[in-house]
Design a protein around this ligand. Sequence first.
Ligand code: PLP
Length: 377
Amino acid sequence: MSITYSKVRCIVDLEAIRHNYRLMKKDAGNVVPVIKSDAYGHGLEQVARALEDEGAANFAVGYVREAVDLRKAGISGDIISLLGPVDMDDCEAIIEHDIVGFVGHFETLARLAYKADGRPVRISLKFDTGMSRLGFTREELPKLKAFLRGRPNIVPVMASSHLAVADDPASREITAAQAQVFCEIVEDLRASGFAVQASLANSAAIMGHEGCRLDVQRAGISLYGGNPYAGTEWESLGDDLRPAMQVAAPVLHVHTLDKGRGISYGHTFTADRDMTVAVVGAGYADCYSRGLSNTGWVNVGGVRCPIVGRVCMQMTAVDISPAEAAGVQVKTGDDAWLLGGPGDGRISPQDLADWWGTITYEVFCVLGMNRREYPDT
Ligand SMILES: *Cc1c(COP(=O)(O)O)cnc(C)c1O
């Protein structure tokens, strides 16, 4: 959260997050909540506390800094940094706060060993099995094991890898191949005396790829009610997930727009009939994308109303004729819902992501920059 001066409100239902966590645990046992990037915009501390109530003790974040924040907030279980230490300061913080960092390169390992200077450090070895982003390769295993044998204070407690296409049922063979390579790596490590827990599954794999469920699962988007299988043949696997975030902004003004008049910058919309528009107090400075211009919809009084003209920095105009036709009286100060909201007009995270041309992850992360409220706490 960092936009504190606008009237946009991001309302987070922590019970929905708890519900989603219970669903994931039912499928996959040991599930570590992924609460990186401020819990995908839902609030790092608030989400951690809510899930502690459900029995979660360990958490995963992105940068080491996020892990330190969580430690300082009083979380005493294991905290995993998925990005691991990226500089010397991170190496020191990891040791000081007993954070389990993902380590996937020899330079990082060497830096950590140098900084540790004999002090104990727990790490999660990260392997690249197909994402082609970060991680040791299978070919590097002999060298890796030799390095670790020489530094007994560096203790690999986990081996991990990340799936590239788990959310695409059509690519399930690629996911199966990643799992196969990863399991061989884990067996090799264990046979060599390294007692690692194996962690591979993200939300999509928890929900759809049984062969990827190993010792520790890492659930992110599902906790927030995003369905990784939206738009695919496996979409129904996410039917019971509940979106946790709603976003509202006030109606600033209501007026008529006569047939033939243009509206907003560039007059990219011209009224084809007399209509009533509401000017809503949210724009791209509130992380409501300008790409929604003439494309997105806003829920006004339970009825979906189309955005007309360009989304501005702090304002967006919507044609409220559909709301009026349904008998809804719209006035200054009313809530207009950019996400969620009442009635049949409820806007799902996937709807908004589709109009926006992105995925629910981005919708949550950026809209979560707005002032948040937690009604049930
Ligand atoms: C973000 C992340 C996850 C969670 O993925 P979802 O698709 O949100 O469930 C798991 N593992 C790693 C390494 C990640 O970066």
